[in-house]
Design a protein around this ligand. Structure first.
Ligand code: NAG
Ligand code: NAG
Ligand code: NAG
Ligand code: NAG
Length: 471
């Protein structure tokens, strides 16, 4: 009975010692791992390996005097004993996972090697809007479950060993880490797509201004291995709230400017009107992946309703604040009103004790844009129509002046020509009349005429003309 107890105790203590001395070592695939023996260097050092707890140790490498003897383990060609008696394994593979034991003078030290690797569903690079699946595998039996940490943060993104993102955005780019115990294996993910702009997806512009919508591809995407099926821009405005309208430079009458360089699909829209407010989306198709980037465009304008000044924000006013301030920069305490397609802030005439006003638009504390307003000169639709009429009138005046001047010149010319013709005909008639009247009265002239005829041959006309000139 006593001996049985002793055996049990011995087994328990041995087991406890073994468990206590068995340390978990994590290593990533293809890395170099060094297992220290923690014993004074001696002539005889033996490192051995077993795949799992139930199997028996076999020799990896041992030194006996000056000889080094290798066993038949899978890691034998990549292992060596360092002068410190530590075991160094190069280029770790997943099937090197298991138990390692160092033995010097009958004293043993045991390790459990766990090999961590990341297996992607498909190799990178990853395109924006496509999916990502990374499996974090731990070879060797570990009680610890791997989790995923997001880039630049210690926050756990996924508490399971598979990192799965259905639709990648540029924000998913970075160094992800698979964490097991205190070990972290880094995995770089580069998402290629439409370059993210530090400015938010909301753009605010005042009426009549210009707005730039950036849509540039990651420079790698302009390389020949990526097949682009083109890009287009569409927008959803109040006019077509359900059906996106494809932006067409011909329809937007020179207001839309497209970039021409490769991989740059940015656009700018000028002479913005309140009807332009809405959601703009750049859509690019590369290697079958559809990438998109959207912006909300808000348009600020000042319209007058009778005698009040009304500041209007067309678009999505969520998060925005409008403010009326006078020339001294003092703001009026007024309330914004949410309309169907616009949000308004009315400055009642009773409060207009200044001649210069400003309508300011803020997003948070940041001033986005502002419009100057002098009461009575609202920059509203009717006033801009008046402007158009004025230009039209100006143009017509020019046309009228041209037509008048041209007409006068034409009439004058016609008059001169007619006058000349009439005069000539009159003179001719006069000449022939005179001739008829004079012929019988002046025989000398008849003789002259005859004489001339002999000189000029048959050209009787000439003689008449000369006669005309003589008179
Ligand atoms: C893309 O085009 C816009 C407008 O044409 C330009 O301002 C911008 O610099 C271009 N970007 C690059 C990277 O060339
Ligand atoms: C816009 O581009 C996408 C992707 O290239 C395409 O599928 C879609 O048909 C285009 N739309 C129009 C109206 O051209
Ligand atoms: C307005 O923008 C906010 C956030 O910016 C969004 O939650 C909301 O759905 C938008 N409203 C409309 C009508 O698009
Ligand atoms: C205009 O009226 C406001 C109060 O409505 C007052 O605080 C402000 O001093 C006045 N400014 C001028 C220039 O009279």
């Amino acid at each position: 009975m006593k001996s049985v107890m002793r055996v049990w105790l011995k087994m328990f203590i041995l087991g406890f010692l073994q468990a206590a001395s068995c340390e978990n070592i994590y290593a990533s695939e293809k890395s170099v791992v060094t297992l220290p023996c923690d014993r004074k260097p001696q002539a005889q050092v033996a490192w051995s390996y077993k795949k799992d707890a139930s199997s028996a140790y076999t020799n990896i490498v041992k030194t006996v005097g000056r000889n080094t003897l290798f066993g038949t383990t899978p890691m034998k060609s990549k292992s060596r004993i360092l002068p410190s008696t530590a075991l160094q394994i190069q280029d770790v593979e997943t099937d090197f996972a298991g138990f390692y034991q160092c033995e010097i003078s009958g004293i043993k030290k045991e390790y459990k090697l766990l090999v961590v690797s990341v297996v992607p569903e498909h190799p990178g690079p990853y395109l924006q809007s496509s999916s990502l699946k990374l499996d974090c595998l731990v070879s060797g039996s570990s009680d610890e479950r791997p989790v995923w940490l997001q880039p630049d943060s210690e926050e756990v993104w996924s508490s399971v060993s598979t990192l799965e993102i259905k639709e990648l955005t540029m924000r998913h780019s970075g160094t992800w880490r698979c964490m097991v115990g205190s070990f972290k294996l880094e995995q770089k993910v580069e998402v290629l797509g439409i370059q993210a702009d530090p400015s938010s997806g909301t753009l605010s512009v005042k009426k009549g201004g210009s707005v730039f919508f950036p849509c540039e591809l990651s420079s790698s995407l302009t390389e020949p291995q990526y097949q682009s099926a083109g890009a287009n821009w569409s927008r959803i405005t109040q006019k077509s709230p359900n059906k996106p309208e494809i932006l067409n430079p011909n329809k937007l009458k020179n207001r839309l400017l497209l970039s021409t360089s490769k991989g740059n699909h940015s656009i700018s829209l000028s002479k913005v009107s309140s009807a332009d407010a809405g959601k703009y989306t750049c859509l690019v198709q590369i290697n079958g992946a559809m990438m998109r980037k959207s912006f909300q465009l808000n348009v600020l304008s000042v319209e007058s309703s009778g005698v009040n000044g009304v500041c209007c924000l067309h678009g999505n006013a969520s998060g925005f604040r409008m403010e009326w301030s006078n020339a001294e920069g003092q703001a009026r305490d007024l309330k914004m009103q949410q309309g169907e397609s616009k949000t308004t802030l009315t400055l009642p005439m009773a409060q207009m004790n200044s001649t210069a006003w400003k309508c300011n638009l803020y997003l948070g504390r940041k001033l986005q844009t502002s419009i100057d307003y002098t009461p009575g000169t609202a920059d509203d639709r009717s006033s801009s129509n008046v402007g158009w009429v004025a230009t039209l009138l100006k143009m017509e005046l020019w046309v009228l002046i041209s037509i008048c001047v041209g007409g006068v010149i034409l009439i004058a010319l016609v008059g001169v020509v007619i006058g000349l013709l009439v005069r000539r005909r009159h003179l001719k008639r006069l000449a022939s009349k005179k001739k008829v009247a004079k012929q019988p009265l002046t025989p000398r002239q008849y003789c002259q005429c005859q004489r001339k005829r002999t000189i000029n041959g048959s050209r009787r006309m000439n003689s008449y003309q000369e006669e005309d000139r003589d008179y």
